[in-house]
Ligand binder design. Sequence first.
Ligand code: 13P
Ligand code: SF4
Length: 367
Amino acid sequence: MKAIAAAPRAITDYQGRSAEELFKRTAEAKRALGNRVMVLGHNYQRDEVIEHADFRGDSLLLAKLAAQHADRPSIVFCGVHFMAETADILSRSHQTVILPDMAAGCSMADMAAIEQVDECWDELGRILPVEETVLPAVYVNSAAVLKAFCGEHGGITCTSSNARAVIEWAWARCEKILFFPDEHLGRNTANKMGLPREQMIVWDPFKPNGGNSAEAIRKARLILWKGHCSVHQMFQPAHVDYFRKQHPDIKVIVHPECHEDVVNKADAVGSTEFIIRTVSAAPAGTAWAVGTELNLVNRLKKEQPDKHVYFLSSTVCQCATMFRIDASHLCWAMENLADGHVVNHIVVPDDDKRWAKIALDRMMAIS
Ligand code: 13P
Ligand code: SF4
């Protein structure tokens, strides 16, 4: 067995190295680790990272893989912080989850803080019997403590691929849903389910009662947190119009984090995995305008050369935080692991973990 190196290697030693060197060294560390590691890569990751992934997928698929592979003591998660936290919650206690760059967060996840959600719950409680009438449903794009809040209050988590099933589950148990932090995923899903507009309200955490009258709150069946994805909000209805004009036969496919005005004009809407599957399964020669993150679209273009794949926006829509994970951070995390050092260990506190797992397990049971 290899001796453990005295001190972890420094990330600064990896900056400015050539792509070839980083690729070789990462592959070598992975070979040395063998079945002791599983590398997971979200669909938005760069090619230089994805090429080392054992599995790639959307947030639901990656969460399932983390839960299933108890045989891998380490999980190197190439994605963003909330995804790595979810992997830590769903994996076993003997497993360690590593996020190659701790700065890989999610701007949407930062739009709901536990203090704001507690405050919202208290305000709702002054207007109605909140525990009996409101069920909290949190998008996985959120901190673990918010998932724990849901677990503790009879609630549930959801992803972009099961939001409808989760909302159905919640309405079967409760009159109202508090859906956070993405108002668009909630609204787009409820629109498809036919919920009348007057039964949806938006909760602005910076206004008293979220900016709503007590009467509007009593009437609402869906309370949508005012939060959004800074990447997906860039797509506009005019982008869809432009492509339809240029290519009359084009199909438009978008992520449900887009604004409803974009989603309503699209031919198909779904998770990153749904988008990849749908375009991949389409007949050769078909044209697709894709409204989601740029790395995914560029890879789809490369991997589906028999189709015409276009990026829906005219301006760059890259997820700046997903982009933080690069070849040097991955190589740094993998070589340290091969040396016996765990860097950037993601650890969800036990109390949050227990309740968050309850909310995640409820989702897994219906996914
Ligand atoms: P998916 O679950 O569709 O992969 O989406 C995650 C995400 O962050 C989209 O912005
Ligand atoms: Fe978060 Fe948007 Fe990036 Fe997805 S694309 S990780 S929602 S900031």
